[in-house]
Design a protein around this ligand. Structure first.
Ligand code: FES
Ligand SMILES: [Fe+2]
Length: 392
């Protein structure tokens, strides 16, 4: 805990210095990416198959599955998934597919049930996915239920979030995948938070949408009347945790840290963190407060994606006044992403498809984007060689 506070103070000191010197963290050189990288359907297929279907992805919050029998069904990159809290308290993930004839057991959405009963012929599965009932068994015939059940997916609940690998049988080791980032996520205590509001946003290509979450360069231009009212633009720190990032954004009031002795600095006072978990989560949250957690998923085609925005708080608003404040914050953030960030990305998609440019350029200040794409390229190879991992 002390060590984390020290690490955050180091970031604050870097941000303060950047603010005073009109600098920001930088890569060694300007880089370019071909527009085909964003448009190519084969590449997109590899990203879906090798990244989204093989790496741990975050599919839910502990608070979405509070009680025994609570479930959440969703379709993620073509895969029907159901998360469910068992009577032993464990969160599990299954393919949401009946083994009789393949019916989807639950429509996408959340609910609660003791057993999963297929809507077609009423085969029944218990809270651990085991097949426990066959309707009209005497007429169906002698079918051995032993060892049969739903296909379970690797699933781990850590730091208040439920992580799943969409391919059965693949290893899931969050300790090694998240590394030190897991310590920061656990420190936030998201497992004690509650969702105030959840919304869906549609957008264009997932990589183009993702670019906006790691880019501090655009804040004062695109978000002049929204995010830039509290956050400065282009005054950033970029710290890598393997493929995951912790990006520091100086707040408009960062200069106040000069007047406060470092020993009295408080995490997130004068600056904000956006943490990204590869390949698809962005957390713009503070300990004790909460904030916005976004899950970004590729859509059914290369030019589509969608985002689940969870406005998740350490303490839900209790009074009308608190609710009004929370509603205003939700609307401001939702509007900034929909009408500012994602409106730009939809334009970018059309701009790239027009063939007007063959490549895009990332400045030395766009370090988060450079890292993001290095890791996407790394993981979308058939068998990535650990020795070739991008440099932190
Ligand atoms: S398909 Fe599920 S019971 Fe028949
Ligand atoms: Fe933005």
């Amino acid at each position: 805990m002390k060590m984390l506070t020290e690490a955050f103070n180091d970031v604050a000191a870097r941000l303060l210095a950047h603010h005073e010197n009109d600098t920001t963290d930088q890569t060694a050189e300007i880089t370019t990416l071909s527009t085909e990288y964003y448009l190519d359907a084969d590449l997109w297929r590899r990203e879906v198959d090798l990244i989204f279907k093989r790496l741990p992805i975050m599919l839910g919050f502990s608070c979405e599955l509070k009680e025994t029998g609570a479930y959440k069904a969703m379709t993620v990159v073509e895969t029907p998934v159901i998360l469910m809290r068992g009577s032993d308290g464990k969160a599990r993930a299954f393919l949401n597919v009946c083994i009789h004839r393949g019916t989807l057991l639950k429509p996408d959405g959340k609910g609660e049930c003791r057993r999963l009963v297929c809507p077609y012929h009423a085969w029944t599965y218990d809270d651990k996915g085991a097949l426990v009932g066959i309707a009209d068994a005497q007429k169906f015939g002698d079918y051995d239920k032993t060892g049969r059940g739903l296909t379970e997916l690797p699933c781990e609940e850590r730091a208040g979030m439920i992580w799943v690998v969409l391919t059965p049988g693949l290893p899931l080791d969050l300790e090694s995948y998240l590394g030190e980032m897991l310590r920061e996520l656990e420190w936030l205590e998201i497992d004690t938070w509650s969702i105030y509001e959840q919304r869906r946003l549609d957008c264009a290509n997932w990589k183009a949408a993702h670019d906006g979450y790691v880019d501090g360069y655009h804040i004062e231009f695109l978000h002049a009347n929204t995010i830039a009212t509290f956050s400065k633009g282009d005054v950033n720190t970029f710290d890598a945790f393997g493929p995951h990032q912790r990006i520091g954004f100086a707040n408009q009031d960062i200069a106040k840290l000069k007047k406060i002795p470092r020993a009295d600095w408080v995490p997130n006072d004068g600056y904000t963190f956006v943490r990204t978990i590869f390949p698809h989560v962005s957390l713009a949250v503070t300990k004790g407060g909460g904030g916005l957690i976004s899950q970004l998923f590729p859509g059914p085609t290369p030019d589509t994606s969608y985002t689940i925005q969870s406005h998740i708080y350490a303490h839900l608003p209790q009074t009308d006044e608190e609710r009004a404040l929370a509603d205003a914050s939700v609307e401001m953030i939702y509007g900034a992403v929909r009408d500012e960030d994602y409106a730009m990305v939809s334009g970018i998609q059309r701009g790239m498809e027009s063939g007007a440019i063959k490549e895009v350029v990332f400045g030395r200040n766009e370090m988060g984007n450079r890292r993001l794409h290095d890791w996407i390229k790394y993981y979308s190879q058939k068998a990535p060689d650990p020795a070739q991992r991008p440099n932190p």
